[in-house]
Design a protein around this ligand. Structure first.
Ligand SMILES: NC(=O)c1ccc[n+]([C@@H]2O[C@H](COP(=O)([O-])OP(=O)(O)OC[C@H]3O[C@@H](n4cnc5c(N)ncnc54)[C@H](O)[C@@H]3O)[C@@H](O)[C@H]2O)c1
Length: 373
């Protein structure tokens, strides 16, 4: 069967993770072209693809390098566009790719405004194309197992879910890429670092969101426009409560990323560098012990991105082949974005923001208008 042709747009930090993920599915996909505004970055990533392929004993041609993605979309024979540019460009580039008739796999966050998200979803649906978002931790065996326990109602009544992301990002990190910590292209720690865990919190939740109350601050990063600490209370319609604490201020380095689910008949805590370890697992049904579950689900990882990108691609390929629904399509990925934008709005209004389906919040509305200290 012919392989799907992938084009990669944005050849920065995360792009090498995509190279390896693509090569892990060498029988089904291949990278045909890469694009970055900075020519040398595109060329380097093209060469790295060949180098990584050789390491795996895979024969492949070097992808063609571009600096203009529109030219690439015109010239190349593409099936899938993988988007790894700064977050603020995701919506525009996704829409251009979808309009050309290509499936889109975009890095998180899928966009920074809800109107953009709705447009992306609409165009993908109209064109019958896949729009997937890289929330790779959802595929972790730990998280899959927790989700299964939720679906099987092993917790009984869930009353509290807590997502804590207590990390450190110092001035060096922000100096290296000037788009980080801006409203136009990034958002703050919620949008960049905490969004994975926020996605998981809402995925484990027993019901829809009723309202969000957010306290959002910038304590230690005066050179950034956006937040470095946030505390959010999520009221779910069934009365249960979600707690989100996220920061990039932890002294002296990353300390914790945990997801805790508390129910009347069960308690689970997932942790590890990328939610890849089960720390606590106890259910009244005694179906499985902590040790068993750790043996089955815990996995080693080499960096904070975890092992999930390869699984993201697997799901994406399968969903194109079978025309099946992606685990994380636009509709799913919108949910964590809604929580974050509602938290910003709540900070602005200093009161809880009620959820409704047609809520429209644009991150650019907060530039210069959100008091964070
Ligand atoms: N899933 C994850 O765990 C994860 C991890 C890291 C980053 N990300 C996301 O990936 C995205 C990129 O992050 P990064 O750290 O790799 O950023 P980066 O700054 O290292 O790379 C972004 C690249 O995109 C290029 N670019 C910008 N506009 C372009 C355009 N029009 N055409 C072609 N190239 C363009 C830039 O020149 C730059 O090289 C962000 O949205 C980030 O949130 C996700």
């Amino acid at each position: 069967m012919a392989k799907f042709n992938v084009a990669l747009i944005g050849c920065g930090r995360i792009s090498t993770t995509h190279l390896r993920a693509i090569l892990n599915h060498d029988q089904e996909i291949r990278l045909v072209s890469v694009c970055d505004l900075v020519k040398e970055r595109a060329e380097l990533i093209a060469r790295k693809y060949v180098f990584f392929a050789q390491e795996l004993g895979i024969q492949t041609e070097e992808p063609v390098s571009y600096v203009n993605y529109k030219e690439m979309l015109e010239k190349e024979n593409i099936d899938i566009c993988s988007l790894c540019t700064e977050s603020g460009y995701h919506a525009k580039i996704s829409i251009d790719c979808l309009k050309k008739g290509y499936h889109v796999l975009v890095e998180k966050p899928m966009a920074l405004s809800l109107i953009d998200v709705d447009n992306m979803i609409k165009i993908a649906q109209e064109k019958n194309l896949k729009l997937g978002v890289c929330f790779q931790n959802r595929y972790n065996p730990t998280i899959q197992r927790l989700r299964q326990a939720v679906i099987e109602k092993r917790f009984g009544k869930v009353f509290g879910i807590t997502a804590r992301t207590l990390w450190n990002r110092n001035q060096d990190y922000y100096r290296k890429s000037n788009w980080r910590g801006t409203w136009a292209l990034d958002g703050g720690c919620l949008m960049n670092q905490c969004i994975h865990n926020i996605d998981l919190l809402q995925w484990m939740a027993p019901s829809e969101i009723q309202s969000i109350y957010g306290q959002v601050r910038n304590f230690l990063h005066p050179y950034n426009e956006t937040e470095d600490y946030a505390s959010i209370i999520v009221h779910f319609k069934d009365g249960s409560i979600g707690n989100i604490e996220g920061t990039v201020n932890v002294y002296p380095k990353n300390m914790e990323e945990t997801l805790t689910v508390l129910g009347e008949k069960g308690t689970v805590v997932i942790g590890g560098v990328a939610l890849n370890k089960i720390l606590f697992w106890n259910f009244s049904d005694q179906e499985d012990s902590l040790e068993e579950i750790q043996q089955q689900c815990n996995e080693e990882i080499t960096n904070v991105y975890g092992n999930g990108h390869s699984r993201v691609y697997k799901d994406f390929i399968t969903s194109i082949k079978n025309n099946s629904r992606l685990l994380i399509d636009g509709v799913e990925a919108k949910k964590s974005l809604q929580i974050i934008l509602m938290a910003y709005q709540s900070q602005k209004e200093n009161k809880p923001v009620l959820y409704h389906q047609d809520l429209q919040i644009n991150i650019n509305d907060f530039k210069g208008k959100l008091k964070l200290n």
